[in-house]
Design a protein around this ligand. Sequence first.
Ligand code: HMG
Length: 386
Amino acid sequence: MNVGIDKINFFVPPHYIDMVDLAHARGVDPNKFTIGIGQDQMAVSKVTQDIVTFAMHAAKPMLTKEDLAAVDMVIVGTETGIDESKASAVVLHRLLGVQPFARSFEIKEACYGATAGVQFAKNHIQANPDSKVLVVASDIARYGLASGGEPTQGAGAVALLITAEPRILAFDNDNVMLTQDIYDFWRPVGHQYPVVDGHLSNEVYINSFKQVWQESCRRHQRTAADYAAICFHIPYTKMGKKALLAGFETEDQVQQERLLTRYEESITYSRRVGNLYTGSLYLGLISLIENATTLSEGDRIGLFSYGSGAVAEFFSGRLVEGYQQQLNKKSHEALLDARQKLSIEAYEQLFEEKIDIDTNKTFTDDLLYSIHEIKDTIRYYKDGNE
Ligand code: HMG
């Protein structure tokens, strides 16, 4: 029995800034952001939008009544939790209308959380082939105004429906995992923004990729030639490229160039939104399969997941016959094109707005699913029926 991704969708908030504008405002050469970091635009969220609202927008449109009746597990991977105890997956379960006899929980390990969820889902489906699992990666990546990490911020969610006999990607059973206790990026309880050693994080990311890649090749007797493409966690688009070049320096030049071309196709969407944290790897996968010029059914795609702290995993899957029919390239491009560009002043103003969970307040936001009220420390969401 095959298990894998049956449906996949992403959502990003309706506002963004241009990286050239940000560079001018920060007194930086724009080429540093557009070439050195590899970002053209950056998604910006409002105070009325959180991981639940992004998760709703990513998951709701792709789920049918039959899906909602078959889903018996809802997993949210996030590092932008809205509560220290209650899982956002429980709220999502209700808002989506998933049948009640389900398990709902949240997973945290920096940007790796959603991959842990996907693997948990895979094991669950192997034991319960008739059920379906919804995994949502949802985050708001923020480092602070004028901080070193500012050009690598972003926001949004990716929803994945994991099932038996999937229609997009069937997972191989070839996962190689790696855990290393390293402080490259972390967010102590109570801190609004992460503490980050940016250059160390780049190094750990690259070394982690090399280790899991080499171990995977050793265990499964594979080389780069066995992969049609490799998707990376994309904190900023230059990062995956650096790891790819470092990891494949001993590989045949032709293979290196081929995989680099596929990598460029996998970053089309990320260049326009920035880091989604847990969702970035899966946004890269969507971008690849919707924009690749040469992929075919049966092709193997490698996936490199990385979460600071640090946990990494390399695994793969094969494109299923007819996968093209499950894609939504037009609506994804429309979502990105319809966004409104903000001035840097407007972005800075939005950035400074905070939710005070101890003050009762109502809000307005045009977004279909957004926070409309804070009452007695509880967030109440528009559920799209207003
Ligand atoms: P920085 O010090 O501002 O930038 O930090 P830099 O000086 O390293 O320059 C960046 C690149 O721009 C360099 O290219 C420069 O040469 C180039 P590289 O040598 O790396 O190839 N450059 C230029 N290029 C063209 N024209 C110019 C120019 N000037 C410079 N004029 C850094 C950059 C990414 C470290 C910072 O933004 C940061 O700390 N970001 C947050 C951390 C991060 O994203 N780390 C990535 C790996 S860790 C990870 O992926 C996990 C994460 O997602 C969190 C999680 O797991 O939850 C972050």
